[in-house]
Write a protein that binds this ligand. Sequence first.
Ligand SMILES: *[C@@H]1O[C@H](CO)[C@@H](O)[C@H](O)[C@H]1NC(C)=O
Length: 390
Amino acid sequence: MASCRRLSFSLSLVLLLHLRAAAGDSPAPDLPRSELAAIFRVMADLLGDPSWPQLHPRPCTDTPWPGLQCELSPDDARVLRATRLHFGPDVSTPPCKPGARLDTDALRGLPHLKTLSLFACFATGNGHTDIHEEIGGMASLTILDLSWNNLDGGVPAAVGKLRRLQKLDLSYNHLAGVLPPELGSLQDLVFLDLSHNRFTGPLPGSLSCLSKLQYLLLQDNPLGTAVPAAVVGALRRLQVLGLSGCGLTGPIPRGAFAALASLTALSLDRNRLDGPIPATLAALPHLGQLNLSQNRLAGEIALPGEFVARLGRRLDVRGNDELCVGRGLQGRSGYLLGAPPCADRRSGGDGSPAERSGAAAVDGGGGRWGYRYGSVGVWHVFVLSLVFQL
Ligand SMILES: *[C@@H]1O[C@H](CO)[C@@H](O)[C@H](O)[C@H]1NC(C)=O
């Protein structure tokens, strides 16, 4: 309640100052020289258009540019601040000049930036661009988006200094290495997208401190670990978790996601996960999308029929050769899973995919029978060959 009151107070203050400015009591607010110089420098670095300063001498007011936003300073009505800088195909084509660099030195002249978004800016560049340590000096940032940029190198530990960050998007780059534990200091982070890079595992345990995180997108990185249950299992506000194509191995731990009561979408497709599908996944009250396709999951699908029917085609278990549908799920909802009935497996015996893996035997369900049949077959051949040798 108290914070709501403070907000409305400061809003009316801004309004009042606006009116005073309009009435001519004070000169129209403007950007400090240092920030204007920094903007000209950033534009020269990124756009490479020498006429930009002439076309936009007062870029916050009379001669605006769509990628730049300014706000009135909260403590001085004569001062504007550059608070949002965005480059992307929506504001200029091409978004940045070929060979543009991420010059964090110039950006440091814009200390009030809350949003920095350089989307697809360096995509056509020649040569390499990394994220410099100096980015940690941009302490006002709440949104940092450097996606689709051909960035390489790693994520500098200094990113952990951006304590106000709520959204960090570094997706679709060539960033590599392990993630710095300092990312766990970003206590206000709600959205973290590191997908489509070359990050390797393990994930730093400190990520479990991101108590406000709602979106964690890590798909298409060669993490190569087990399901990071200890890290993601603690993120209670998580709504969307993307771990597709991360080279994950081993089983899906039974209670791995049990605490994620807000989870709506879970993607674990295109990994090398084995073992059964834990029925506990169906207990997540808001889960509406579950992709487990293209793994090595095995055994009888033990998900409740009600859950399978509710998700419909948003439950994807295709491409797991050793899964089968038990009696309880047969009928319409079982059909949607695309896996064969377990009964076929049992009578099928040899040749069924179930006998290819010992994992199926451990899981119980349909796989066990196939495996037994399979080993009986192998035993037969072995005995016969002994007989023939004698
Ligand atoms: C599940 O993932 C696979 C592989 O990435 C993809 O082809 C499929 O469209 C996804 N299924 C759903 C329902 O989104």
